[in-house]
Design a protein around this ligand. Structure first.
Ligand SMILES: O=C(O)CCC(=O)C(=O)O
Length: 223
């Protein structure tokens, strides 16, 4: 029987990090932000690679992917009224890879912060799991992620089909406590609004996937 995660494409896992762990990770994040202009390549830092392994060791997270899965990316989203943004409804279709491969199923090549990204086949995207570690409580005013339940199960979607999904299925607003994890399929339609409260919403967004990629693609970095 499919799990609620398989059906909905998301799940909240309570208290993955305790207060002390949150504080320690938040300190590392602050230090990393000082030395690094970008925020997508945190997995190169030892503390972040260690956190990825810790997440994989948590049964409530690990049950959602194979034991051989690897962490392939960690992005920091640090939202507050001072550093604010909104994201329109979309799915995450690109993965970071080591080199260019000429194959018709590998499209949409791009480069961000010196890392090469590609849109791999949908079958691979469907197997990925994003693990979002919340370092702050996230309520309605903090610009939480909004997701369209079950929208990851619908293959390729045009803009109008995505809007239709949003209208018919509604949205789930991801309110969590500090230390909680929000698990989601990258193919889940998601968006977020600007923060309106005097809050801070720091999220470490890890991407987990299979160690071996199709068409001789290789992850940019894998832990
Ligand atoms: O956390 C956010 O506000 C945006 C996250 C997002 O859009 C993404 O991971 O693609």
């Amino acid at each position: 029987m499919p799990s609620a995660f398989d059906e909905n494409g998301y799940a909240i896992i309570d208290a993955v990090l305790d207060e002390e762990q949150c504080e320690a990770v938040a300190d590392r994040v602050s230090a990393a932000a000082i030395v690094r202009a970008g925020s997508r390549n945190l997995l190169h830092d030892a503390w972040c690679a260690e956190l990825a392994l810790y997440l994989k060791s948590c049964a409530a997270i690990a049950e959602h992917f194979p034991a051989t899965a690897v962490a392939a990316q960690c992005t920091l989203f640090d939202k507050s009224p001072a550093r604010n943004w909104l994201v329109a409804l979309h799915r995450d279709l690109s993965i970071p890879v080591r080199e260019h491969i000429a194959h018709p199923d590998c499209t949409g090549w791009s480069e961000k912060e010196g890392v090469l990204f590609v849109q791999p086949p949908l079958s691979l995207l469907a197997s990925l799991v994003a693990v979002r570690v919340h370092l702050d409580e996230c309520g309605p005013g903090a610009g939480p992620l909004r997701v369209v339940p079950g929208s990851h199960r619908h293959g390729r979607l045009s803009k109008s089909e995505a809007r239709h999904q949003q209208q018919t299925k509604g949205e789930f607003e991801c309110f969590v406590k500090r230390g909680d994890v929000f698990l989601m399929r990258p193919l889940l339609l998601h968006a977020s609004s600007k923060a309106t409260a005097p809050s801070r919403r720091r999220v470490l967004h890890f991407l987990f996937g299979p160690a071996e990629l199709p068409h001789a693609l290789r992850w940019h970095n894998a832990i």
